[in-house]
Design a protein around this ligand. Structure first.
Ligand SMILES: Nc1ncnc2c1ncn2[C@@H]1O[C@H](COP(=O)(O)OP(=O)(O)OP(=O)(O)O)[C@@H](O)[C@H]1O
Length: 631
């Protein structure tokens, strides 16, 4: 018998699972059943595609039974793919998926939230240790003769050995498959009960494609209520139909929600769903759900795709990221095609015309549904946007063919509307002579709202979109236009020109000597000094040249390690011709004071945009010199 250590992460995980999730311990049944269902899916697929297995008689099912008494047990058995010793060691002793560390980091201590995370991370099997002192797994892989016995108390070690000839448990496997015996602990003994098991199956696994049988002891009574004896009954406990294939009108809201739970590993509710049964040149069914809360791994490169592909109800894969565009990765659900070949490989899938058509049609349908909800159910749409605005924005630069649709769907904060607004709503509110849609980008909403760059827009009652999501910086400049209207960043030099008035020309001329003084004092710290038309109360602000990346973009590029190649981009300093400080500078000849004040005008404009000063000590020194002279 070989004794193995669990991989460190498994140990950590087991500890966490058993200590933080016991108020949701029932999910272990869902997880074991879902593993069995996956194993049946895999074997079913092989019997249809692998010549060696085509002749095999295969009647897929999952069987649950239990024992009460002093040594309570729950047993889940399937006749699926099975595992040999190497598989057992690999699958039940290590966590192959890279998400484990992330999982540990995500645990909140809130057992409700945490129990949802378990399934999402693919650590389902271990949840059985919440309710078990010991777990024995007997498994025989399809095409092999040996039944292997894996055993562990979940405390650090597991053993794997060949099951002995006289092992009664192993004998219960009469072909390929897996039998999982949970020896229940105090926490788990309530599950050695017919009603408990039935309830959990109905709740989570009613619509999995395979039948689940439960064996229990039934007590019979006569008319007078006297016990007449016991019999062992085996009964189907789930409805085992592929819900998505049923007619939409026959499916209740409750059934849709239950099905969502069974396929998504999310204990929560879906926000909404979209069920399409297409007939005609292409026949397929899709059922997509939008989770109420975004999947935790939505923003990881290693996210787990949420859509399963079936061909004529045969499960093909749940690990294919190309079924939908990446920006729709938060959707959960099913695509079932009548036309794809069963042995469709990943490479074929990606270039397959049928798959491409299904994918395109699905994207159109999904985006149209989002649009409909935005119009007809603003409250749900608000919830939706709070979770998924960001991935939709990614779509703006990754899916050019749906750019127009996505521009209608994304939302932004604004100086005029509460909460989020759309570009369409902004357009409706535009002033009659307004030239463009204006926006300001940066990483902090409060800094943006107080930016001096907005002063003239506020004064003229022009709305500005507040873009504080770091992706805005990348996506929005590339949009250029919404319908016929230009989109302009207010922190770019050319946006100010729209605010120009005739009188400004005179002011510009009068302020020219100050501009020259400040320019001389600042030297190459700035690209240019200009008279501003966008300031009302502040003396100065900074903008960037139309062709330069913004400051936020520069710091993002630096954070991504591209700082070294980036030439230093200098700001354009704009000064407010009406401001007292600028007026006074006109008559000031003391060169040192002009230099100090110019420097302070630049530094305060940088600070107010949330940019760190290169030399804060120098700033303080100059500030103190000016303050010292003020008394
Ligand atoms: N009944 C079974 N038959 C065959 N293989 C199984 C069975 N149960 C578990 N396994 C194997 O063990 C692996 C680990 O199972 P575990 O439940 O921890 O994660 P998972 O099934 O990969 O992820 P998830 O639970 O999120 O679907 C599975 O991927 C599968 O390969």
């Amino acid at each position: 018998m070989a004794t193995h250590q669990f991989q460190t992460e498994v140990g950590q995980l087991l500890h966490l699972i058993t200590h933080s999730l016991y108020s949701h311990k029932e999910i272990f049944i869902r997880e074991l059943v879902s593993n069995s269902s996956d194993a049946l899916d895999k074997l079913k697929y092989l019997t249809l595609t692998d010549d060696k297995l085509k002749e095999m008689s295969f009647d897929p099912k999952i069987h649950i039974n239990f024992e009460e008494g002093d040594e309570p047990r729950v047993i889940v058995q399937d006749n699926g793919l099975g595992m040999n010793d190497a598989d057992l060691s690999e699958n039940l002793g290590t966590i192959a998926k890279s998400g484990t560390k992330a999982f540990i980091g995500q645990l909140t201590g809130d057992s409700k939230k945490d129990s949802n995370l378990i399934g999402q991370f693919g650590v389902g099997f271990y949840s059985a240790f919440m309710v078990s002192d010991k777990i024995d797994v007997y498994s025989r892989k399809v095409g092999e003769e040996i039944t292997w016995h894996w055993s562990s108390d979940g405390k650090g070690e597991f053993t794997i050995e060949k099951a002995g000839d006289d092992d009664a448990e192993a004998d219960k496997l009469d072909g390929p498959g897996t039998r999982i015996v949970c020896h229940l602990n105090e926490e788990g003994k309530e599950f050695a009960n017919r009603w408990q098991i039935q309830e959990v199956i109905k709740k989570y696994s009613n619509h999995i494609a395979f039948t689940i049988f439960l064996t229990y002891e039934k007590t019979n009574y006569d008319d007078k209520g006297e016990e007449t004896g016991k019999e062992t009954v085996t009964e189907q406990v789930n409805s085992a139909n592929a819900l998505w294939k049923r007619s939409k009108s026959e499916i209740s809201e409750e059934e849709y929600k239950e099905f969502y739970k069974s396929i998504s590993h999310d204990g929560g509710e879906p926000l909404f769903w979209l069920h399409t049964q297409a007939e005609g040149t292409l026949e397929y069914t899709t059922l997509f759900y939008v989770p109420k809360t975004a999947p935790f791994d939505m923003n990881y490169a290693e996210y787990k795709p949420g859509v399963k592909l079936y061909v004529r109800r045969v499960f093909i894969t749940d690990d294919e990221k190309e079924l939908l565009p990446t920006y729709l990765r938060f959707l959960k659900g099913v695509i079932d095609s009548e036309d794809l070949p069963l042995n469709v490989s990943r490479e074929i899938l990606q270039q397959n015309r049928i798959m491409t058509n299904i994918r395109n049609a699905s994207v159109n349908k999904i985006l149209a549904e989002f649009k409909r909800i935005a119009l007809e159910d603003p409250d749900s749409y608000k919830e939706f946007i709070e979770q998924y605005n960001r991935p939709l924005k990614e779509g703006l630069y990754t899916d050019y063919s749906h750019k127009e649709d996505l521009m209608e769907l994304v939302r932004f904060k604004s100086t005029k509307a509460e909460g989020y607004t759309s570009l369409a709503e902004y357009s409706e509110r535009m002033l009659p002579d307004q030239k463009a849609i204006y926006y300001i980008t940066g990483d902090k909403e409060s800094t943006l709202r107080n930016s001096p760059l907005l002063e003239a827009y506020k004064k003229k009652d022009i709305e500005v979109l507040i873009m504080d999501d770091d992706i805005d910086e990348i996506v929005v400049p590339g949009l250029m236009k919404y319908k016929e209207t230009d989109l302009k960043a207010v922190n770019r030099s050319d946006a100010g020109e729209d605010l120009n008035e005739k009188a400004d020309k005179k002011k510009e001329k009068d302020t020219k000597p100050v501009v020259e003084k400040v320019q001389k004092a600042l030297g190459d710290r700035v690209k240019e000094v200009k008279v501003s038309v966008r300031l009302a109360d502040s003396p100065s602000c900074i903008v960037v040249d139309e062709s330069d990346p913004t400051f936020q973009m520069q710091s993002m590029m630096k954070a991504m390690g591209q700082g070294a190649e980036l030439p230093e981009i200098k700001p354009i300093l704009e000064i407010n011709p009406d401001h007292e400080i600028v007026q006074k500078l006109k008559d000031l000849d003391d060169e040192e004071r002009v230099s100090d004040i110019s420097s302070l005008l630049l530094d305060q404009a940088l600070l107010v945009e949330g940019i760190q000063l290169k030399d804060p000590a120098d700033f303080v020194k100059k500030l103190n010199r000016i303050m010292g002279g003020a008394f």
